[in-house]
Design a protein around this ligand. Structure first.
Ligand SMILES: Cc1ncc(COP(=O)(O)O)c(C=O)c1O
Length: 389
């Protein structure tokens, strides 16, 4: 077993009761539940039960901004620049509804490897006259930065792409793409769901206009909470069509219009915020903010590197990138009968998943011990060999 002294991140392990009885290698899909969530949800019901309608003024109304600010610290964003939503798809739809598509500048540039949910949103835009340029992947589902850059020109209204690809965990180098988009006068909208919490990210340094992410995966925040960052310099130019009364500058005037959007970040809100989900999300966010993502990344690279070594030694094919700078937090293994191997391991105590066309996805996180890495890779090897017979 890894002594805590040699891996200070293991001090956080006790915060995750499930780790005592599972090999938790699925934080790219559902992070482990921090023990603080029980207390957070109990506090939610207590407030509702005891304070009733007064809970809004006393706690709930300020909550989305407070937890948005915890995310802002993780993203290196200005306080107040992150708004809370129900999931990434909704956050992205709000962002897209603010993009000024116009004749002559009506293109959205994305890639074929972006998450299906957002690709479906782009199909919807297409029906309304937006021209979607979907940059194809190369061999092995790799997205090349030069291909994305070549697709951007003065007809591009927005470049909407993933930072880390969900199938292969490839890291897309955003810097040249953001620079190219800015030079062409296009906005940028980044889906950073597979990077925030495991890959250090500075929106300030990168200068992205908008970024979306969620809580379920690396941030260990559970379902129901997604978020949208908007660069303060871009903010005033954007007016979402997908809006609501909570985005009005004076929501409690119940003014029937014309809508006057809040001058501040609340302009990106919609209707009543999802308070229980936001309360449940907070403990996970706070742990990541306290540890710092640089330390999480260093550990992730060490453990995913070890997993690749073990996969090689067992003759398993690795499809996630081998180069550290190209690899997100997940190791993807192309194996025969991945669905059945996955089901067998899940029926025991190994938490992992698989994606059609790529294979098994396994991810350590800041709470993973080194001996668990060795153990899980042995179990995967044995299960693969059993199913290959
Ligand atoms: C990169 C990426 N974007 C978006 C999503 C979907 O997000 P949501 O379900 O919050 O809309 C996922 C995974 O679920 C994802 O991996």
């Amino acid at each position: 077993m890894t002594p805590v002294g040699t891996d200070p991140l293991l001090e956080w392990r006790d915060e995750f009761p499930t780790l005592a009885h599972t090999l938790h290698f699925i934080s790219h899909s559902l992070g482990a539940m921090p023990r603080g969530v029980d207390a957070a949800l109990a506090e939610y019901t207590r407030l509702w039960r005891e304070r009733g309608i007064r809970a809004w003024e006393e706690r709930w109304f300020g909550l989305p901004t407070e937890i948005g600010n915890v995310l802002a610290s993780i993203l290196d964003a200005a306080p107040g620049s992150v708004s809370m939503h129900a999931n990434v798809t909704v956050a992205e739809a709000i962002a897209l509804s603010a993009v000024p598509f116009a004749p002559g500048r009506n293109r959205l540039v994305c890639t074929a490897e972006d998450f299906p949910s957002v690709l479906y949103l782009y199909e919807g835009l297409e029906r309304n006259g937006v021209e979607v340029v979907r940059v194809p992947a190369r061999n092995g589902r790799a997205v090349r930065e030069e291909d994305v850059m070549a697709a951007i020109d003065e007809r591009t209204a927005v470049v909407a792409i993933s930072h880390v690809l969900f199938r292969t965990a490839q890291v897309v180098d955003l810097e040249p793409i953001v620079a190219r988009a800015r030079a062409a006068g296009a906005l940028t909208l980044i889906d950073a769901y597979q990077s925030v919490g495991v890959y250090p990210f500075s929106v300030r340094r990168l200068g992205v206009d908008m970024l979306v992410g969620g809580s379920v995966k690396w941030l260990c925040g559970g379902p129901g909470a997604g978020y949208l960052y908007v660069r303060p310099e871009t903010h005033a130019r954007l007016r979402p069509a997908l809006t609501g009364w909570m985005a009005h500058e004076a929501p409690f005037d119940f003014d029937s219009g014309p809508m006057r959007p809040d001058p501040g970040p609340r302009r990106f809100w919609t209707g009543t915020p999802a308070i229980p989900a936001f309360m449940a999300a907070r403990p996970g966010y706070e742990i990541v903010a306290r540890i710092g993502v640089e330390a999480i990344r260093a550990k992730s690279l060490r453990q995913t590197g070890r997993m690749i070594e073990l996969a090689d030694a067992s003759g398993l094919t690795v499809v996630s990138p081998r180069e550290d700078e190209r690899r997100g937090g997940t190791v993807v293994l192309e194996v025969p009968a991945a669905d059945r191997v996955c089901a067998e391991l899940l029926a025991g105590d190994v938490l992992l998943d698989f994606r059609p066309g790529v294979g098994l996805r396994l991810a350590p996180h800041y709470y993973t011990r080194d001996d668990e890495v060795d153990e899980v890779m042995g179990r995967v090897r044995d299960a693969v060999h059993r199913h290959a017979r």
